[in-house]
Design a protein around this ligand. Structure first.
Ligand code: AMP
Ligand code: MG
Length: 477
């Protein structure tokens, strides 16, 4: 049974239509995502524009039954109770993907929110989803942004937009927590079974499928965490309700790519304690997995046929797979970033030393690795410490059995030339706010090929100018 019908049977779904917006207009469209969905039209097609604005629910002779779903979650480490799709309305399944309109009006789960998303945050979500996808990092994707001059109040008055996003499933840890917390064991097991059948079929034949499912989710999450760290991505709001059960990057809000490397970087100005700072992300995801495991405790206990204490011990040791996966993916990714084909015991120390140095000298994260992959020295006047590290690196490289140009070519396939730096997004947003959407399209095009140097795109690979005003990104979106 589709997951939304299961949720419907538990009363955890609201069937509703999106709230229409006045005079919708095309802001951005991903042809590549459309191809994945088998959509041939673009936003110049009035029926598609209207569908993705939330102004009608039929398209190409098909009527969509649109709905929103409830979930719960821990926000900033504290149980927040019921949340849900407060402004994301499912259009339904398109091929094997779930399609949602984010910002399509209030639902039963909006709490006090207006159900809208502003143009600024919608462009950020659109560009970053597609950028992450093309970087090869598991993520939800984005099909389109449709704008409207409908005013929306945030810190200031902005205008509304609807972002169409796409994922194999938007299920979050928060869905499982909702069932666990409310003692809805039947729905809980149904959802776990659904996950196994549709997304983790390899665990179905294991002796304890729910435990194997938990381990498989933990492994995907560990891999994701390593990929974020290696590319210098900060999510910004890693609440359990924003943590995917499929190991996807989900719910783009106040995210940021590192410019200057600062391990303690906090990209979300609402995160005063730095709970979600860059270097804490791997631990936070582990914490979120413990929330997931604790929500799954009853079905796990039942399957394991153990008493509570023994079950908890067993589950804890299963979750060790998270840290193991993370550590091995981390070192593997950095070896690739540095161009090592072989593994040597001293590699980890060399990586750690580099990150320490980059942190102290605030080197630009993306640029440093890219210059290294292009056989250039990052800094015209390198510090003593950097020179010393480069000498060690040179020695380590000599242990590799590969021609330099081949090594550099491989490094360029993992060290991106272009990432969605905040100032690039901001520039595209400001032009879009003035109704010029060409910069969004141009940036999308560049980010669709992040590892390849593109002609005329030199500036897009550069850090923000030194005099660039800091960009304040908060939860408000
Ligand atoms: P977030 O912090 O974006 O992950 O959202 C947390 C919860 O608040 C989710 O249930 C969202 O659907 C809901 N929410 C966030 N912003 C709005 C909004 N503007 N209107 C209605 N619900 C919202
Ligand atoms: Mg969210």
């Amino acid at each position: 049974m589709p997951i939304h019908l299961q949720a419907a049977s538990a009363g955890l779904i609201q069937y509703l239509s999106p709230t229409p917006v006045p005079a919708p207009y095309a802001v951005a469209f991903s042809k590549d995502c459309a191809k994945q969905l088998g959509i041939q039209d673009d936003l110049s097609h009035p029926e598609l524009l209207s569908l993705l604005a939330g102004n009608q629910t039929h398209y190409q002779n098909k009527q969509w039954q649109t709905y929103a779903m409830a979930y719960s979650g821990h926000q900033f480490g504290v149980w927040a109770g019921q949340l849900g799709d407060g402004r994301a309305i499912y259009l339904g399944d398109w091929r094997q993907y779930e399609v949602q309109l984010k910002g399509a009006g209030p639902t039963d789960y909006s709490r006090r929110g207006d159900g809208r998303a502003v143009l600024r945050s919608s462009i950020r979500e659109f560009l970053c989803s597609e950028a992450m996808y093309h970087l090869g990092i598991p993520t939800s994707r984005a099909l389109a942004v449709v704008g409207s001059d409908l005013p929306v109040r945030r810190e200031t008055i902005e205008t509304a937009a609807v972002c169409t996003r796409v994922a194999p499933s938007f299920l979050r840890i928060g869905h499982i927590e909702h069932y666990g917390h409310n003692d809805m064991q039947k729905e809980l097991e149904n959802t776990l079974d659904y996950l196994i059948a549709h997304h983790y079929p390899e665990v179905a034949t294991k002796p304890y499928p729910y435990l194997a499912l938990l381990e498989a989710i933990a492994m995907r999450t560990g891999q994701l965490a390593a990929q974020w760290q290696a590319v210098g991505f900060c999510h910004g709001v890693l609440n359990t309700d924003n943590t995917s059960l499929l190991g996807l990057t989900l719910d783009y809000g106040p995210f940021g790519f590192l410019d200057q490397f600062d391990r303690e970087h906090i990209c979300n100005h609402s995160d005063e304690q730095g709970r979600y700072s860059y270097h804490r992300q791997p631990d936070i995801l582990q914490w979120n997995l413990y929330c997931l495991a604790s929500a799954m405790l009853l079905p796990l206990k039942k399957q394991l046929q153990l008493d509570e204490e023994a079950a908890i011990e067993r589950i804890k040791s299963s979750l060790d797979v998270y840290a193991k996966t993370y550590r091995s993916a981390f070192i593997d990714l950095y070896r690739q970033k540095l161009g090592f084909q072989t593994a040597h015991p001293e590699d980890l120390a060399l990586i750690e030393q580099l990150l320490q140095l980059m942190h102290h000298e605030r080197l630009d994260y993306t640029l440093f690795f890219r210059e290294l992959s292009e056989g250039r020295q990052y800094d015209a006047q390198p510090s003593e410490a950097l020179l010393a590290w480069l000498a060690l690196y040179q020695k380590r490289i000599e242990l590799e059995n590969m021609a330099q140009d081949q090594r550099l070519a491989q490094m360029q396939t993992i060290n991106p030339k272009y990432v969605l730096r905040n100032h690039l997004a901001q520039n595209a947003i400001e032009r879009a706010q003035a109704k010029d959407f060409r910069e969004v399209a141009r940036l999308l095009k560049i980010l669709e090929n992040p590892y390849e140097e593109q002609s005329g795109a030199k500036d897009y690979a550069l850090p923000p100018p030194a005099d660039h005003p800091p960009i304040c990104v908060s939860c408000s979106s």
